[in-house]
Write a protein that binds this ligand. Structure first.
Ligand SMILES: Nc1ncnc2c1ncn2[C@@H]1O[C@H](COP(=O)(O)OP(=O)(O)OP(=O)(O)O)[C@@H](O)[C@H]1O
Length: 400
């Protein structure tokens, strides 16, 4: 985390326009200040950290990417995204974005107060997040850094995502300050909620399913009180995120409903091709569980009626939690699974990695499961940086 003193702006005029009342928070990219204009209106000013601001490409991308959330429709079309109002540079060349001021708290702050959250609230939150993600993904916009710090719970009851697409600002850049990013393009300190394809630096593999993992990891933490990979050091967190499958939620939260666990587990599949195929499908499952039914997609995978990750052409009919599997109507399946290999019980959500062949990534890397149960990333034609990461991972796996 940066130690540049954002507090020094308090009580001063910023960019000749806003009187800074206080610091709202500090993140990996910048500090957020509360400013008041001469007409009394307030804005939240996200000011790029000076070390990052000194890098021309970062400054340019920050000013460009900051608006990405606004591309998700007209003024009110996407309620789940904080609105960026403008951008600029101070006389000294410091880049900033102006945003609407949100009233409420981040999910991170809420979690710090309450520890965990009841399943009903977690599902309601996920429902809102997925509604926004579905729109964003359909327009080719991926959040890329979904975590409790970037989810805001408004006093108006709305859930909004902060920093949409902002993680792209440092993607693939080298020569960044050490504290900011690794050379694989990921911001340090956020691996807790990071999908494997992102932790391994395979930035071209990032897509909507990366966000579904981030949301699933957030739900996992809220429901169990435990992070997906447990309490590990920051360095180990990246390695765990890159090499270890998430444990089934029920194994760390025994009281959890099997239907809820099935949704979270499906979103956390190690290989992205085995997660929900898209946000709409995950949302349909979340909504079914909220209505007291079984999640149709996750359940169909568990029962072997559909391959993990396979899209369905239309939403499966809801299955009632109390009904017997044989009596339930079958969902519409595009292509039947060759042979069911999963448990037929909702109480044992599957976590296997071999129900699809390892799908090669665009960078030539693929993930395989070793007989030891560990995962191995195979790289062909990927970057030197990825190769070094892989070598470290392999050495660590051998040593364990
Ligand atoms: N528009 C806003 N209105 C009110 N408070 C805000 C707003 N944007 C951010 N904040 C506050 O400022 C804090 C820091 O925001 P920022 O987005 O920089 O943090 P972060 O998500 O932790 O950082 P990063 O994702 O860049 O590592 C947030 O946690 C939130 O409390």
């Amino acid at each position: 985390m940066y130690d540049d003193d954002a507090e020094h702006w308090v009580g001063k005029t910023f960019a000749g326009t806003w009187w800074i009342e206080r610091v709202l928070g500090t993140g990996g990219m910048g500090s957020v200040l509360l400013g008041r204009a001469a007409d009394g209106s307030q804005v939240a000013l996200k000011v790029l950290h000076p070390e990052l601001n000194a890098i021309t490409e970062v400054r340019k991308r920050f000013l460009r990417e900051g608006f990405i959330g606004n591309t998700l429709g007209g003024a009110d079309a996407v309620p789940g995204v904080v609105r960026v109002l403008g951008s600029g540079e101070t006389q000294e060349g410091l880049a900033y974005l102006t945003m609407e001021v949100l009233q409420g708290e981040t999910l991170f702050d809420r979690m710090a107060r309450t520890g965990t959250m009841p399943a009903g609230e977690v599902l309601a939150l996920a429902d809102q997040v997925l509604e926004t993600l579905a729109i964003a993904h359909a327009r080719g916009v991926v959040h890329r850094d979904l975590k409790p710090e970037n989810i805001h719970l408004g006093n108006d009851g709305r859930v909004r995502m902060l920093d949409f697409g902002i993680a792209r600002v440092v993607d693939g850049l080298t020569g960044l300050p050490e504290k900011t990013a690794t050379k694989t393009g990921m911001i340090m300190g956020t691996a807790t909620y990071m999908a494997p394809e992102q932790a391994t630096g395979l930035i071209h593999d990032i897509d909507g399913r990366t966000d579904l993992f981030g949301l699933g990891a957030t739900m996992f933490r809220l429901l169990s009180g435990r992070q997906v990979h447990g309490e590990v050091t920051e360095a180990m967190e990246v390695i765990a995120a890159a090499t270890e499958a998430a444990p089934p939620l029920a194994s760390v939260a025994p009281g959890i409903s099997p239907a809820v666990a099935a949704v979270v587990d499906r979103s956390l599949a190690f290989i992205k091709f085995h997660r929900y195929p898209n946000a709409e499908t995950m949302r349909a499952d979340v909504r079914a569980v909220r209505a007291g039914a079984l999640p149709p997609y996750a359940q169909a995978v568990i029962e072997g009626r559909i391959r993990a990750g396979q899209p369905i052409s239309q939403p499966a009919p809801p299955l009632h939690a109390g009904g017997s599997p044989s009596a339930r109507p079958q969902p519409t399946v595009v292509e039947p699974a060759a042979a069911p290999r999963h448990s037929h019980s909702m109480s044992r959500p599957e976590r296997t990695l071999d129900d699809n062949p390892s799908a090669p990534s665009r960078s030539g890397a693929s993930l395989s499961q070793l007989s030891t149960g560990k995962l191995l990333l195979l790289v062909g034609g990927a970057s030197l940086v990825t190769g070094v990461i892989v070598a470290v991972i392999v050495v660590l796996l051998v040593m364990r």
